[in-house]
Design a binder for this molecule. Structure first.
Ligand SMILES: C[S@@+](CC[C@H](N)C(=O)[O-])C[C@H]1O[C@@H](n2cnc3c(N)ncnc32)[C@H](O)[C@@H]1O
Length: 312
């Protein structure tokens, strides 16, 4: 059903997203400040900062008493109170970043290419937060499906598992988890490992090579949508080579034709990746069978799917 009634919603997201990304909210979370103090601390243009903070006051993110600006309790709940039901944390930075690419959709329609994007540390934090937001609600069910009937203390390879959303629950369930992710994500997330957590990071690009096994399970959580047919087929072949006999691959993603969100999410991948998109169960089945997998099965987990297959 078409729905374009709230045309101001993107503007609110962008002004709050910019305040989070540039550290305005972080600064005011530490202590109230005047416009002068904020402009000086964050090296910002006075007129621009005044205009943005006045809008944030009007929207209910900030209050001003005399000249001191403070975060409202609603804003604290949204960005800093992890126990609040309204908590979204730094994930808004990720929404802000991908939206920048969405605004280039007219150009992408002509070129077929996404706009250039650079990621800084704040962006990586936002990305990790966005990935974690959803995981908590489904990790129990996901772990049950992925680890079912595997040997005790299964050896798990979590490809693109840097945010640790599923590595952690799998390790808690007794698995020995190897996470392969890009070096910059491994560097950030390595520091968050807890003492005794059965997780090892191996930095490396999985389009160039996959950690040698043998593993009992290779988990591919939300990575197949970043790549197209060619890269996914190569990846499935490599994963096949890293699994022990009887090993399992588990792909967790939005499957086109099975998830109501898959078509719109593919546009997100169109504007944010080179070859990404969402793929049908038939496509996954064909790619998996070509790579030497059998018994391809699809499981429903909320609005996403897990496709499992066994190494022949
Ligand atoms: C969309 S996130 C998914 C994170 C996690 N698996 C989940 O489901 O919540 C994709 C992850 O894959 C990693 N990634 C993407 N391409 C990669 C590549 N070529 N090699 C290694 N890691 C990659 C990203 O750094 C990121 O951590």
């Amino acid at each position: 059903m078409p729905n374009l009634k709230n045309l101001m919603a993107p503007q609110e997201m962008l002004v709050a997203g910019a305040a989070l990304k540039t550290g305005i909210f972080d600064f005011l979370y530490e202590k109230p400040a005047t416009l002068e103090e904020l402009a000086q601390a964050l090296s910002m243009d006075f007129r621009a900062l005044w205009t943005v903070t006045e809008a944030l006051i009007a929207l209910g993110y900030l209050t001003k008493d005399q000249e001191q600006m403070t975060l409202t309790s609603e804003a604290k709940d949204l960005f800093y109170n992890t126990h609040s039901e309204n908590y979204i944390g730094y994930s808004l930075i990720h929404t802000f970043n991908v939206t920048k690419s969405w605004t280039q959709l007219p150009e992408t329609l002509k070129t077929g290419k996404p706009p250039e994007r650079l990621r800084d540390q704040q962006d990586i934090k936002g990305f990790m937060a966005a990935m974690g937001k959803y995981a908590g609600q489904i990790s129990h069910e996901l772990v049950k499906i992925c680890l079912a009937d595997l040997p005790e203390k299964p050896r798990v390879l979590d490809l693109g598992g840097g945010p640790l959303n599923y590595a952690r629950p799998m390790a808690r369930a007794g698995a020995m988890v190897t996470v392969q992710d890009v070096p910059e994500v491994c560097a950030v997330m390595q520091k968050t490992l807890l003492p005794g957590e059965n997780i090892v990071f191996v930095p490396g690009d999985f389009t160039e090579g996959v950690v040698k096994g043998p593993f009992d399970l290779a988990f591919l959580g939300n990575i197949c949508h970043i790549y197209g047919e060619k890269e996914n087929c190569t990846l499935f072949h490599r994963v096949h080579g890293s699994l022990g006999s009887g090993g399992r691959i588990a792909i967790f993603d939005l499957v086109r034709g099975a998830s109501p969100r898959a078509e719109l999410f593919a546009v997100n991948m169109l504007v944010n990746t080179q070859t990404g998109g969402t793929w049908t169960f038939e496509q996954y089945s064909r790619w998996l069978e070509q790579a030497g997998f059998g018994n391809v099965t699809m499981h429903q987990v909320q609005d996403r799917q897990i496709i499992t297959a066994e190494r022949n």
